[in-house]
Design a protein around this ligand. Sequence first.
Ligand code: ADP
Ligand code: MG
Length: 410
Amino acid sequence: MSLDVKCIYSQPVRVNLITAGEGRFQTRRYLSPSNDTRGNAGLIAVPLLITIQLRIKYFLNLKQAHAFTVNILGIETSCDETAASVVADGTQILSNVIASQAEMHSAHGGIVPELASRQHILAISPVIREAVVDASLSWPDIDAVAVTSGPGLAGALIVGVNAAKGLSASLGVPLIGVNHLEGHLKAAWLAEEFDVLRDHPEFPLMGIIVSGGHTELIVIHSHTKYELIGATRDDAAGEAFDKCARIMGMPYPGGPEISRLAERHPDLERLPRAWIRQTHDFSFSGLKTALLRRAEDLGLTDESRDVRLVAGLSHELQESIVDVLVTKTLGAAEAFDCNGIIVGGGVAANGRLREQFHRQSTLPVFIPPPVLCTDNGAMIAAAAYHHLMSGESSGYDLDVDPSLRLGKAA
Ligand code: ADP
Ligand code: MG
């Protein structure tokens, strides 16, 4: 255990700070981590010193501890963001620190797994430390450590899981392995404006996760019970945005750029919609092929592409994806008698998708603020809360599971 921690903390870095979001959602974002000699010894030494005190605290029964605030440190390293956050009682964000690698991967047109793992190793220590400092807490105030154990890139997940194990052991607090997809759904519980959802969630709710790696429809039966009813058969929605952006010469990640261009030039093109009737599944690879053919016809794959045509095709791509996502989710919510809809994952940051969900749904729709849609540690801490409260925790044999599913029957 200590060997893992030493490995991780042996390469300190300093990262450039950018602050995003407002008020409670203010998030510290770090870009382009660079080498530095800032020491991290305190990160290990302080927790070790307080271990004994905390063990006493945790021999008290959990219910008794629940009478006080429960602070969970959430760690997320499943893909290209190194993130850590402290969340109180599963809903209140005390800090939210994210070190993004997007710029680095952008140069390669997509995520390079080996580079992602190495960058996580560099960033994990300062990001965790910053999350605790930003929360104005000290190590003894952390009541549990939650970490994404899957799905995601194996080498990236390992960094977060090992850091979490080391912290949990040294602090003497429970370790909770979290399904990243559950985190995306639980992000909605972090939004203050959704007080109805926070105070009296009316299960079942229909959850749709739309991210770079996932497009999944999940019935949320309770805080800890999920049922997978539909998924993409090929590309995920975010993947379709990213691949199509690349075809048209845009950098990774393509979603934000496509949506920016789409606003400028409506209605020039027509692309297909893959409905795959009689199922709640999705498919986006046909759309990608259709866009490729059209882009070739219009000469958009050449260097001298016409920006106006790129914007027109971007608009229609976004319309096609949004159309299918909204229509199929509303249909599924009706079929499963759901009382509301939760939208999560990076693509949920898309303005057009948010607008159409609110416009077309007769059920309440809960979409967290954009900064909580993309990967972050707060959603991992939020997802861990109800598991912790029902007495669940992970052992130190917790392993990463790159293809972990949510709500799938065994
Ligand atoms: P993952 O969990 O799969 O790593 P995230 O949940 O962080 O992914 O989401 C990243 C994905 O979200 C990328 O595919 C990106 O293109 C997409 N995305 C981010 N913002 C937008 C947006 N405004 N419109 C469409 N897609 C977006
Ligand atoms: Mg994600």
